[in-house]
Design a protein around this ligand. Structure first.
Ligand code: GRF
Length: 199
């Protein structure tokens, strides 16, 4: 994206926010990208404490407040947000918001899409489903967000082997490590090296 200032990203997160913190730390002092805002739908989400600790602005936009387009637009415009990164964000992104950021909203999913994705497939639900399926691989998927859960174009996947004796918990831990290792770099690559689509 051509800009004479840093690209300003907002991270949307609903819970713990370990990926959000990895992104904040990775881009701290970066020449071209800045994490400018953390948005959560949940006022109790731990990600808000992480934002505070890292001196990043944060705001709560509840599910009900998302109905108020004017309010939401003013928040993102007020922080001059250029693009969005979802990191454990549980609400569906409305179509009118996707149109504000065409091709500029990324999500990470803790499995190899298109398998084990869709509504209700988040957190440990994903890893339990993967282990009970008997699959021999899982991994991470990073994709562009569209109007359906976990369905936009894939831009990156990395797999890992499921080991004998793996539990949903042990798998979750290794998948999260992969997310932390790759998400910041893929976000950087996607928003800097690629001409962003305008629709
Ligand atoms: C990650 O596994 C991510 O793939 C999924 O939600 C989880 C968020 O973890 N979308 P955290 O809040 O970043 O620790």
């Amino acid at each position: 994206m051509q800009t004479d200032r840093k690209l300003r990203l907002a991270i949307l997160a609903s819970g713990n926010g370990s990926n959000a913190e990895k992104l904040i730390r990775y881009f701290a002092g970066h020449a071209n990208i800045q994490i400018a805002l953390i948005v959560s739908n949940n006022p109790k989400a731990f990600v808000l404490q992480r934002a505070k600790k890292c001196f990043v602005d944060s705001v709560v936009i509840t599910r009900a407040q998302w109905e108020n387009k004017k309010l939401v637009k003013s928040i993102f415009a007020g922080h001059q947000i250029d693009a969005i990164v979802l990191a454990g964000y549980l609400l569906l992104i409305p179509g009118w918001f996707l149109k504000m950021y065409p091709g500029r909203i990324l999500n990470i999913h803790p499995a190899l899409l298109p398998d084990f994705g869709g509504k209700g497939m988040y957190g440990m639900h994903v890893h339990r489903a993967v282990i009970s399926s008997g699959a021999d691989k899982s991994g991470i998927s990073i994709h562009i967000v569209n109007e359906n859960y976990d369905e936009g174009s894939l831009i990156f996947q990395k797999s890992l082997n499921i080991l004998p004796g793996d539990t949903p918990e042990s798998l979750a831990k290794r998948v999260l490590e992969l997310e932390h290792r790759y998400y910041p770099r893929i976000v950087e690559h996607y928003f800097l090296d690629k001409t962003l689509p305008t629709e």
